[in-house]
Design a protein around this ligand. Structure first.
Ligand SMILES: NC(=O)c1ccc[n+]([C@@H]2O[C@H](COP(=O)([O-])OP(=O)(O)OC[C@H]3O[C@@H](n4cnc5c(N)ncnc54)[C@H](OP(=O)(O)O)[C@@H]3O)[C@@H](O)[C@H]2O)c1
Length: 340
């Protein structure tokens, strides 16, 4: 079996570490391993398949000096902007977790459960983009429902975990919780978030734009349309909540025709990488404690609107470091590897 030489840029970060775990779990056929990060982490070690690998500094020449087949990027947009084209020029396919290339017309934006066919267009730039974490779990649910009933409009509110802001976000929430119980919260001023996150919710993720939506909210609008190849109306409100891991979403979907909750449930039960948890009488519905560390998107609270029979409401939760980043990236790599 062919083995692929892998580089992970951002190997010491929340997403980078998880990419190694998912590559192990999905038994991806890996040859050489090149973990890359900033000068700060160079020399530290990561573990993969029971072996230790030294983290190297990302430099202009590292992709010339190493023969890499697949380069996963998860070190922020400015790092991808500069270094992803260098990796692609050296012959690697780049699978980019940042937002930098997502809306470029020649860069496929892929969620394998929805538009795996788009991967074949990777050669134009050498780059395949991974969508925003909140978008991925939502489109995994929208795609089978759209195929069956035709979606007109989606309204979504997100409940996004602290780890969506990387390791710094997780550490800030944990520290704030500790300081709260020590009555010393004023010792932990917000840095990763706009306000204190412990015991709070913040309706503000990424920067505000001229249209009064945030950049995070507009990612959900624009990326959904690009992935589904359809001009669905989408409106999003993105909220940070004091959860460590796994984003949840309340989604309202308007269809072209009347909808039956049982029919929708059956379609979602058959959809790939979706788990339906929907038995309120048993207090069964998705929560971050179910979805964390998992590779599936969990969906429940599926019900028809009280007033409009073509509107469905549902609730979902998924581990955004896995489903929303690492797992999606490795699934793209698996499909790419079948042809290359
Ligand atoms: N967290 C999520 O849920 C999530 C989901 C989807 C997409 N993403 C995206 O994935 C990217 C990474 O997110 P994260 O949460 O993993 O962040 P993170 O935990 O802060 O990790 C950032 C990683 O990037 C490395 N890095 C930073 N500056 C660098 C530079 N100049 N050169 C080389 N490496 C550099 C860091 O290395 P050092 O250790 O050397 O600092 C670290 O390994 C972001 O673009 C984010 O938007 C994140």
């Amino acid at each position: 079996m062919k083995k692929y030489n892998i580089a992970v840029v951002g190997a010491t970060g929340a997403v980078g570490e998880e990419i190694f775990r998912v590559l192990e779990e999905l038994k991806f056929s890996v040859g050489e391993v090149l973990p890359l990060a900033s000068a700060k982490s160079a020399g530290s070690q990561i573990e993969f398949n029971g072996k230790k690998f030294k983290v190297q500094e990302l430099t202009d020449t590292v992709f010339k000096e190493n023969k890499i087949d697949i380069a996963f990027f998860s070190a922020g947009g400015s790092v991808s902007q500069k270094f992803a084209p260098l990796a692609a020029k050296s012959g690697a396919v780049v699978i980019d977790n940042t937002s930098h290339f997502r809306m470029e017309p020649d860069v496929p934006l892929v969620v394998p459960e929805c538009n795996s066919n788009d991967i074949k267009n990777w050669k134009k730039t050498g780059i395949i983009a991974n969508p925003n974490c909140s978008t991925i779990q939502m489109v995994q649910i929208l795609k089978p429902l759209d195929d069956a009933f035709g979606i007109k409009r989606v309204d979504v509110s997100t409940y996004q975990a602290a780890s969506g802001a990387g390791k710094e976000g997780m550490e800030e929430l944990v520290l704030q919780m500790q300081k709260f119980f020590e009555f010393k919260l004023d010792e932990c001023l917000p840095k990763a978030f706009a306000h204190q996150l412990a015991l709070n919710v913040i309706p503000h993720i990424d920067v505000f734009l001229d249209n009064d939506y945030t950049k995070e909210e507009m990612k959900m609008v624009n990326e959904t349309r690009k992935i589904l190849h359809k001009d669905i109306e989408v409106s999003a409100t993105c909220v940070r909540v004091p959860v460590l891991r796994s984003h949840s979403e309340a989604i309202t979907i308007s269809f072209e025709r009347d909808i039956d909750a049982n029919e929708a449930r059956k379609i979602l039960e058959k959809a790939p990488n979706i788990v339906v948890l929907d038995d309120p009488s048993q207090k069964l519905y998705p929560m971050p404690i179910h979805s964390s560390d998992k590779n599936e998107t969990f969906v429940g609270r599926i019900r028809v609107d009280n007033f409009c029979k073509n509107i469905l409401h549902l609730w979902c939760a998924a581990d955004q470091i896995r489903v929303g980043a690492a797992t999606n990236a490795v699934r793209i790599a698996q499909i790419w590897a079948q042809e290359n």
